[in-house]
Write a protein that binds this ligand. Structure first.
Ligand code: HEC
Ligand code: HEC
Ligand code: HEC
Length: 384
């Protein structure tokens, strides 16, 4: 968990080498200033699209609720379930345990010396949780002679890179200790494209970046699951099933688009898959994967129905996780194929595929295969 804390808070892209030495990076001691440092109306708390990021975040973004969630009854039940020590009086232990605050209110675990007094431990997921500690660039970043590269050089996280962006979000959106899930926490399934669309955007991405965000995110999710399982292969069967499902999905994607390298479908050591997945994420983030890519991969994925009927020795839990990742993929790739104006409309056909995915216990692979075949028919009838 501490490791996760550092990975969330440090203003560095996390992978490979960087992740091996988090403590050293922390010693560089970037200061967190808190969102109060960003909110003046002449900065990010003003009217108009260019200055309204603080308003969008405070009024519409669920990230501001992170701390409040820890005060509610569900969190109290989770805290009890994982055995956090209860105090007779005082707040619910979830509000002060790093096992929760690390994602829900990260300033809580930043040493006081590295926090300005305005950076309150109850601030939830705020600007610097994503953009990096601002101490080094707060004053400079508005100077007209500072380019984007100057700001990034001064420690602002390069979130325009989909690779860095995926690394930032995944730190809080994929790996979660099994006892926390068992105690009633929602399962986490990282998917950058859909989750970016769901977060009220305070920025504008270029058109047609959806498939790139989707693939970078899935590869980064696989890398993180591999990293975790390499440390402890047996602690979390659910993580193992998610891992195996992503290997399956991405092996199909990389065989439909060979320029990206390969994720091998065969059983391989976690450490090796971690490397392959990181390489895939970097390549995907750097490529222009547009509608043509989306159409080609989609065609491949909607033809996988027989994988759900002919794999009788694959555990049902794994089939369920495959179906879950597959439907997320089909959804994002379908959306990418629509003209921008239609991307917000609900996708007919996907609804019934999703219905089958409400719980592993209710999942029927045969039925899912039929629904997928029907969906394929409807896609090929209406053309790409
Ligand atoms: C420091 C941890 C942290 C980081 C970094 C982070 N999130 Fe979150 N996110 C959370 C927490 C915690 C919640 C749940 C808030 C609540 O309801 O209490 C959440 C909720 C969400 C939700 C709503 C629930 C859901 O899963 O649909 C979306 C969407 C989301 N985050 C997207 C993103 C995206 C996109 C990024 C990267 C640009 C990101 N998050 C980065 C911690 C984080
Ligand atoms: C790895 C990051 C992470 C950790 C650690 C974590 N959470 Fe969460 N939590 C999230 C994210 C992300 C969501 C949003 C998930 C979603 O909506 O799909 C969330 C959602 C929740 C929700 C549901 C919120 C809602 O709107 O209903 C509760 C309750 C919760 N967390 C409590 C806790 C408690 C208590 C702990 C500590 C025992 C904890 N969390 C630890 C990331 C985390
Ligand atoms: C959950 C993660 C997250 C949080 C929290 C967050 N941002 Fe962002 N922000 C992003 C991402 C992702 C981008 C898109 C990459 C980019 O344009 O640099 C972005 C872009 C921006 C941009 C560039 C806008 C543009 O159109 O180019 C500004 C300015 C900004 N954020 C300010 C803020 C401020 C101020 C806060 C706090 C009030 C904040 N952000 C909170 C993730 C986050």
């Amino acid at each position: 968990m501490i490791r996760v804390a550092l990975r969330v808070l440090l203003a560095v892209p996390l992978a490979g080498v960087a992740r091996a030495q988090p403590q050293q990076v922390q010693l560089q001691g970037a200061q967190f200033v808190g969102s109060a440092g960003c909110k003046s109306s002449s900065c990010h708390g003003g009217a108009g699209e260019k200055r309204s990021q603080f308003i969008t975040w405070t009024r519409h973004d669920v990230h501001t609720r992170g701390y409040a969630t820890l005060t509610n009854a569900r969190s109290e039940r989770i805290a009890t379930g994982i055995g956090l020590p209860q105090t007779q009086e005082g707040p619910n232990p979830a509000t002060t345990s790093t096992r929760c605050t690390v994602c829900h209110s990260p300033f809580h675990s930043v040493p006081q010396a590295q926090r300005a007094s305005a950076a309150d431990p109850t601030e939830s997921v705020s600007c610097e949780s994503c953009h990096g500690a601002a101490g080094g660039w707060l004053r400079g970043h508005t100077r007209p002679d500072w380019t984007y590269a100057t700001r990034v050089g001064a420690g602002m996280r390069d979130l325009q890179s989909f690779y860095v962006r995926a690394n930032t979000c995944v730190a809080c959106h994929q790996n979660l200790d099994a006892d926390i899930v068992a105690a009633g926490h929602p399962e986490l399934t990282f998917e950058l494209d859909g989750q970016s669309a769901a977060q009220p955007k305070h920025w504008k991405d270029p058109d047609d970046t959806g498939p790139r965000a989707w693939l970078t995110g899935q590869a980064v999710a696989l890398r993180e699951l591999s990293w975790r399982l390499a440390l402890n292969p047996t602690a979390d069967p659910q993580a193992l099933a998610q891992w195996s499902a992503l290997v399956w999905l991405l092996s199909h994607v990389t065989s439909a688009e060979t320029s990206l390298g390969t994720i091998s479908p065969d059983e391989q050591p976690f450490a090796q898959v971690q490397q392959q997945a990181d390489a895939l994420a970097r390549r995907a983030a750097g490529q222009n994967l547009g509608r043509e890519f989306a159409a080609r991969v989609l065609q491949r994925l909607v033809s996988l129905d027989r994988e759900f009927t002919l794999t009788s020795n694959t555990p049902r839990e794994v089939l369920f996780r495959r179906a879950q990742r597959l439907v997320l993929a089909i959804e994002r790739l379908t959306v990418a194929n629509l003209p921008p104006a239609q991307r917000d409309q609900p996708q007919s056909g996907l609804g019934s595929l999703r219905d089958d995915l409400r719980s592993p216990a209710a999942f029927d692979p045969m039925r899912f295969a039929e629904l997928l075949a029907e969906f394929r028919m409807s896609v090929s009838a209406s053309g790409p």
